[in-house]
Design a protein around this ligand. Structure first.
Ligand code: SAH
Length: 259
């Protein structure tokens, strides 16, 4: 079956200049440099339900209203709420409350060197899919994989010289044989824990989503993923911050259809 397409391109709202951007970022370490760069302030008057750990930063940058939202720290364990469940809930609540013209899911990812990924590369995802939703019943199998083309931004990719690749999402940082086979079937270059879930919510609520993913670890390399991830997180976050700023500068003054 052909991958599902984002239908936003047919919508009138794609012709208006973009004025409201929403960044969804899973980890505080990934978000902080961008919050500082765009001089955003944490909003205490949360638009979110009372008691959730979700954090929102807001401010104006050039002609744009920018919100950065993070799922925050787990209320019991104190670590970042990474993964698809928090990402989906946060995406849904943020779209409802903030009505963004465009979402950017920025974060880190594992990369496959066999597909051309290196540490510090920043990728724009052309497609997303899940690799850990195995439902071996006809049609449900396709639903589980949830393969989807992302909102197409050929001018942005070209102008900023970003690498473009397919993204595969699952709820584990490590990889098992089944996930590996599914990632191969998804033809993915990069692997994360949120992307396809956010794409699903964007599709449901008809908001275009861009995926900007910086490679912290090489999955088909010889270093253990968690070690390599932690070792490279800070340096790679700087690359992500730089790319995200260039993307926002490019978006400023343009409509979705010009991206
Ligand atoms: N031990 C880390 C856990 C972070 S989980 C810590 O607490 O500091 C990894 C996060 O980075 C997720 O948000 C995920 O989207 C991304 N990520 C980076 N490398 C990944 C990989 N190889 N596989 C899956 N997700 C990865």
């Amino acid at each position: 079956m052909a991958p599902l397409h984002d239908e936003k391109a047919a919508d009138d709202s794609t012709q208006r200049p973009i004025s409201n951007i929403l960044f969804i970022i899973a980890m505080q370490t990934e978000a902080s440099p961008l919050v500082n760069k765009f001089k955003l302030a944490e909003e205490p008057d949360s638009v979110f339900p009372k008691g959730v750990p979700w954090v929102r930063y807001n401010g104006k940058y050039k002609d744009l209203n920018i919100n950065i939202v993070c799922p925050g720290k787990d209320t019991t364990l104190g670590v970042d709420c990474v993964g698809t469940v928090s990402a989906s809930l946060l995406a849904y609540a943020s779209i409802q409350a903030l009505q963004p013209d465009l979402i950017i899911n920025a974060g880190t990812a594992g990369g496959f060197k066999a597909k051309g990924a290196s540490i510090g590369d920043v990728f724009l995802a052309s497609d997303v899919a899940f690799h850990d939703r195995r439902i071996p019943i006809p049609v449900f199998d396709l639903y589980g994989v949830g393969c989807r083309k992302t909102f197409s931004t050929p001018n942005l990719a070209k102008e900023l010289n970003l690498k473009v690749g397919k993204l595969s999402t699952g709820d584990s940082l490590d990889i098992c044989a089944e996930d590996e086979a599914a990632i191969l079937a998804n033809d993915a270059t990069i692997k994360d824990m949120e992307g396809a879930a956010i794409a699903y919510v964007g599709h449901l609520l008809n908001v275009p989503v861009l995926f900007l993913k910086a490679v912290t670890d090489i999955i088909d390399g010889d270093k253990p993923t968690s070690e390599e991830f932690l070792q490279n997180l800070n340096a790679v976050t700087i690359a992500l911050d730089l790319a995200a700023t260039k993307v926002v500068d490019f978006i400023n003054g343009k409509s979705c259809s010009e991206l």
